[in-house]
Design a binder for this molecule. Sequence first.
Ligand SMILES: Nc1ncnc2c1ncn2[C@@H]1O[C@H](COP(=O)(O)OP(=O)(O)O)[C@@H](O)[C@H]1O
Ligand SMILES: [Mg+2]
Length: 380
Amino acid sequence: MRIMTGQVARKENFWDRKRELNDVWYKIDSGNHVLLVAPRRVGKTSVMYNIFDNPKDDYIVLYIDTESADKENEFWKKLFYRLMEEEFVNTLQNKAKNLFNKLKTIKIDEATIKGIKFGDGSELDYAQAFKKIIKELDADKKLIIMIDEFAQTIENIIKYESVENAKSLLKTHRELRQDSAVSEKVTFIYAGSIGLESVASKIDSISTINDLATVKILPLEFSDAKEFVTLLATSNNIDIQEDEITYLLNKIEWKIPFYIQLIMDELRKLEGRIQAEQIDSSFESILDNRNHFEHWHSRLKSLADNEYQFSKEVLNTIAENTIITSNKIVNIAEKYKLDDAKEVIHSLVYDGYINNNDETKEYRFNSPILKMWWYKNVTN
Ligand SMILES: Nc1ncnc2c1ncn2[C@@H]1O[C@H](COP(=O)(O)OP(=O)(O)O)[C@@H](O)[C@H]1O
Ligand SMILES: [Mg+2]
């Protein structure tokens, strides 16, 4: 097993996330559509690729990242072309003959998709085209369509097209899922680096996603994380003993595979048996690499200016004092003339910065590593 820091962990480099995968497959088998929920870097895309790389017998899997779409119709266009892509269609030849034949003939039979033009006749209405194809599928296997960075797509559409189009996209998805002729043939799985709940609630559209079965991707449990570290150590010639592994994991605290990978990548460069002091200095080194964490900060910069200033001050306060109380949050909100501070706090929770799991009226960082990074690079 190789150390991966950044790329999706696939095949032999994927640490088996049994609980999550069983849960996802259970939900797929029972006819649900799934929302994978976890902050960025916890491992959603890797879980999706595992489903893609090892589908159960009765399923065909399509993966698409739609982050670059910033118009409603562009989303559907991407999905439509992904479905029709030569590379995907050809993989069906041995696995799903009917589906293969169908997609092949649609490809030839342009007439199938013609006539679904927009009113002005300018461009194809790809949502309609997509729906039409799905409904006509006489598939031998069920299609799983995994849409990554979906919330980001919605946010892009809000920003670069309109709130109406964003709402409409969420609504069309809901309609597709509710349509039994579609649901019989397709399972949708959505994920993204920002919370779909926070984006949908911002535009009053929570009701369009409340039919989704959510599966939380969690940090690793201690014993699981220990096995993971041990395996990475042995397969990469890192000489580390049990006490030091425990020390390392306690220091990481929020044990997501990504942080484990980052530390192991530092330890890999050292000679001899790993000591606690070397673990300490490895933490320092990973905090110096802006690339690993900067997206947490830049994400907030896309908020409205007063929301950004508010979020920054809230996180600065937590970075300095470990916690922030609801009262203090109210004060900061007043300072920046924020009407809906609750909404912003919710999105900080959904997007994985902070939680109030211990005490309802107190928020803290999920991850001490992010907290340290924030303190070093943003607060100061
Ligand atoms: N199951 C896993 N096994 C090994 N490494 C993982 C696993 N899941 C995540 N990682 C590590 O975490 C990083 C982020 O994972 P990714 O799946 O891209 O997260 P997300 O999509 O939630 O942002 C990967 O580059 C990899 O280093
Ligand atoms: Mg991802």
